[in-house]
Design a protein. Sequence first.
Length: 117
Amino acid sequence: MSIRRVLAVAGLLVSFSGAALLPAQTKALSPAAPSTKSVTAASAATGQPIDLNTATPDQLKALPGIGDAFAKRIIDGRPYTMKNQLTQRGILPQATYDKIKDSVVARRQATAVATKK
């Protein structure tokens, strides 16, 4: 019976030690948050939505619910003709898309068409 208690206590210690590390990791990431908020504030102040086809990773990460992984997936999925292609192509879940849909646009890139005369 005492061996079970020792194992139970050891298991609890291991699980709590992992949880104790999480706040330390969150604190390390928090200094970067204000800089991304300023990008969003600048975008919101101008009233211009972010273009999915030309946005930088930092601009995308400033959007709510978009982190490194989603920003990379958005960039890798370019070009977009419509912003709802983010969900149609499985790049973003619907809930995340709903958070950003009013802040983004997918402008079509002008293609150079050579005309011969």
